[in-house]
Design a protein around this ligand. Structure first.
Ligand code: DI6
Ligand code: FE
Length: 409
């Protein structure tokens, strides 16, 4: 499927079945005999092949999809992809009985990844991250969010975000970066969380914003991380700098992080295992997306499930993401993540597929640009060798991707 588009700059994928995921369409927005046309990287038509305006196909480079399915390119809206080394040793500790919190309190956990990241050069970080990005892309990912949060000082947070930005130079993929400086307390802070939040709000966030290194600001609101009051300080600063916010909320306990995030109009609140009715209601009112992260739930053997029924009842939109990180979710497969969301949390096939396309785009503030097969959006497509969309959720460890198109190529 390589090569340049036709002379007219137009390419048409025909003889396909579409899951457009369009807003307002029923279910997956299925079009049985469908076609997608793209010009200059943008979709100019997506719908029934029979209804495609002649102009949309004239002089086009035609690709016969032979009945394959086309979905929007997949979007992983929550990752900590940029890190150095790994934490397989902690995995072994936990297999021997230690909990995530015990590992963290014993000086392991996030802080051990901080040491590794600080020791790595920016080039090295990019090189270590690319295989993980390639694994995601091999399953049709066309947009990925990447957080910092293992630097925890000015230079290393900036290094992480620059490395994340560079991924987009190295690969055909859209990268959105998020500054997660308020992720954990670094050793040099010597237990002083307030002073570290001073550093985040007074130094790190302003510098990151000035250099346009981050598209959003995130934090970890938890007993082992930062309090709601401390997160509010971070969010106030982010708002003042014009950056949208999101939050690791209610993952290990209910500190009412979901409601806090919603109060700041957050793009998303993520994890949410312990979120209550008031939190879900606040998210619905604010239009804050619930990012469901089954990889971490599975990997740390959490037993409290995120309240997907509550989210449904309140009309909260649900995204599904890998949370790819070295400590709690060493996962680089969105297909497997969908299977986990369905099997562990009872999410439907339609919810899972929306969660890695339309709702993931919404969670990144990118719904105007990608996430559904709709005219005017980026021609980000995944073409699958499957008979029905449920196969994308049902299988474990099998990749039916036939082709991946990013911005029409
Ligand atoms: N919640 C998580 O699951 C990850 N970060 C966070 O805030 C864990 C990151 C790690 O353990 O390295
Ligand atoms: Fe995370």
């Amino acid at each position: 499927m390589g090569g340049a588009n036709g002379k007219s700059g137009l390419r048409v994928w025909r003889n396909a079945r579409l899951a457009t995921m369009a807003e307002g369409a029923a279910g997956l927005g299925i079009v049985e005999k469908g076609a997608v046309a793209a010009r200059d990287g943008l979709i100019v038509y997506a719908g029934a092949e029979a209804d495609m305006p002649a102009a949309a196909g004239q002089g086009a480079d035609i690709v016969d999809c032979e009945g394959r399915w086309i979905t929007p390119g997949l979007i992983d809206c929550h990752t900590h992809l940029v890190y150095a080394g790994n934490r397989a040793n902690e995995f072994e500790m936990r297999l021997a009985g230690a909990t995530y919190e015990e590992v963290a309190r014993a000086g392991g956990g996030i802080v051990s990844s901080v040491k590794s990241l600080r020791a790595a050069s920016e080039d090295d970080l990019v090189a270590q991250t690319l295989p993980r990005l390639d694994a995601l892309m091999a399953e049709g990912v066309t947009t990925v969010e990447v957080k910092s949060g293992y630097g925890l000082d000015l230079d290393n947070e900036k290094k992480s975000l620059r490395a994340a930005r560079r991924l987009a130079d190295e690969r055909s993929v859209t990268v959105r970066t998020t500054c997660l400086a308020a992720h954990a307390l670094p050793p040099e802070a010597q237990g002083d969380k307030e002073a570290f939040i001073d550093l985040v709000t007074g130094t790190i966030l302003p510098a990151v914003a000035a250099e346009h290194l981050a598209d959003a600001v995130d934090g970890f609101c938890e007993g082992i991380a930062f309090s709601p009051e401390q997160m509010a300080r971070v969010f106030d600063k982010a708002k003042a700098l014009g950056l949208p916010v999101k939050l690791h909320a209610d993952q290990l306990s209910n500190l009412h992080g979901a409601a806090l995030a919603a109060g700041y109009g957050a793009l998303s609140a993520d994890h949410l295992e312990y979120t209550d009715d008031a939190g879900a209601a606040a998210m619905a009112k604010a239009g804050t997306v619930a990012s469901i992260l089954p990889g971490a739930y599975y990997f740390i053997r959490e037993t409290k499930k995120p309240p997907v029924d509550l989210f449904r009842r309140h009309g909260v939109k649900m995204a599904v993401a890998t949370d790819s990180n070295p400590g709690t979710s060493p996962l680089t497969s969105l297909l497997l993540t969908m299977n986990m969301a369905a099997t562990l949390f009872g999410m439907t096939v339609d919810e899972c597929l929306a969660g890695v396309t339309r709702e993931a785009a919404r969670a990144l503030g990118l719904l105007g640009q990608t996430g559904t097969l709709v005219s005017g959006k980026s021609a980000d497509l995944a073409i699958w060798d499957i008979e029905r969309p449920a196969e994308l959720v049902y299988r474990m460890g099998f990749n039916p991707l036939h082709a991946r198109i990013w911005r029409g190529q």
